[in-house]
Design a protein around this ligand. Structure first.
Ligand SMILES: NC(=O)c1ccc[n+]([C@@H]2O[C@H](COP(=O)([O-])OP(=O)(O)OC[C@H]3O[C@@H](n4cnc5c(N)ncnc54)[C@H](OP(=O)(O)O)[C@@H]3O)[C@@H](O)[C@H]2O)c1
Length: 315
């Protein structure tokens, strides 16, 4: 994968150069499709980033690519630090990742809790272990991250962004595990906003919608949702892709959209904003997600493998 953003993100955007000069961000899932672009934006605006992940090769490669973006390339030291073989479920490993970050960069100002796992599965087929795994990575992993970074956030009067979702705003089939985890994350963020607000620490969530080109989008959508994605309105003014047709702003989200929201929430412009959820989904959740299209109830019946009459009764 290559970088999505380039210096035009600064010259042609709402943000000023060096907005985050001297700041350090600690990002779990920072080698993933969404969070790496959050990291790109922060680096382009002068921030240093520490990227936490399990996969050593992927994390190191992404950090190499992020370093290509360094606006001060050639200056001493790199702007992206690879913290691999770290599992957010393991608190001791998170403490060690924080120590490494502070020993290299000296501080932590921003934390992004982005590490997550997801797959489509109805509750009947979801094992207790699978449910627990998602709760462990998304929710407990987020807890471990903010707990391990607290001392640094306290010193820097820092700011946290949790990467949430919209899967818990109403009943979404095949996503009970993620919905439960993200609902917990929203609750955690709000409680932190209240408990750590007096210490000068802000806490907010970003809830992405359908973000094209991401791992999450690939895993959660049907093939027909990934085809013909351009906003083709030649068909009598209607979008031809069934998914795009359900997004009020008429297009899929981009990783840059999430990066823009991230920069705003970390910037001084958001200094009075805490305890919020910024939904970046083009208005999609108000109409119901794609899971209500084709996947429900036909796919649910198929997956549950129960006689149709029983299901019809239950549904
Ligand atoms: N894509 C979407 O459309 C969408 C929509 C709503 C919300 N979101 C949220 O946005 C975030 C990023 O999603 P994405 O689609 O960009 O996913 P992604 O590309 O799969 O990235 C997730 C990252 O999390 C890391 N990770 C997973 N388990 C981990 C663990 N136990 N310990 C440490 N790191 C772990 C992975 O790195 P390793 O493999 O190295 O562990 C991976 O780089 C997630 O929180 C997701 O729930 C995405």
């Amino acid at each position: 994968m290559v970088n999505t953003l380039n210096p035009s993100f600064v010259t042609g955007s709402s943000w000023k150069p060096d907005l985050f000069k001297g700041k350090v961000a600690f990002i779990t899932g920072g080698a993933g499709t969404i969070c790496r672009v959050q990291a790109e934006a922060l680096i382009l605006l002068g921030c240093k980033v520490a990227i936490v992940g399990r996969d050593a090769q992927k994390t190191a490669e992404v950090c190499d690519e992020l370093n290509q973006l360094d606006p001060e390339k050639g200056a001493a030291g790199s702007k992206a630090l690879s913290l691999c073989n770290i599992d957010v479920r393991n608190y001791d490993q998170m403490v060690s990742a924080v120590k490494q970050t502070v020993s290299v960069y000296g501080r932590i100002d921003f934390v992004i809790c982005g590490a997550a796992g997801n797959f489509i599965c109805d509750l009947t087929n979801l094992s207790a272990n699978a449910f627990k795994t998602v709760i462990d990575i998304d929710l407990i992993g987020s807890y471990n991250t903010i707990k391990a970074t607290f001392d640094e956030l306290y010193k820097s009067r820092g700011s946290i962004i949790f990467v949430s979702a919209t899967f818990h705003y109403y009943g979404v089939p095949f996503q009970s595990h993620v919905g439960a985890a993200k609902a917990g994350i929203d609750a955690l963020s709000q409680a932190i906003a209240v408990e750590w607000g007096p210490l000068g620490i802000r806490s907010n969530c970003i809830a992405p919608g359908a973000i094209s080109g991401t791992e999450g989008f690939k895993r959660l959508t049907l093939k027909e949702h990934r085809e013909n994605l351009e906003n083709n309105k030649s068909n009598g003014g209607k979008a031809t892709n069934p998914l795009v047709g359900k997004i009020p702003l008429g297009r899929l989200g981009t990783t840059k959209d999430i990066a823009e929201a991230t920069v705003f929430l970390f910037s001084p412009s958001a200094s009075y904003i805490t305890g919020t959820v910024t939904v970046v989904d083009g208005g999609m959740w108000h109409l119901g997600t794609i899971f209500g299209d084709k996947m429900y109830p036909d796919m649910l019946k198929e997956k549950m493998k129960l006689p149709t009459r029983d299901l019809d009764h239950k549904l």
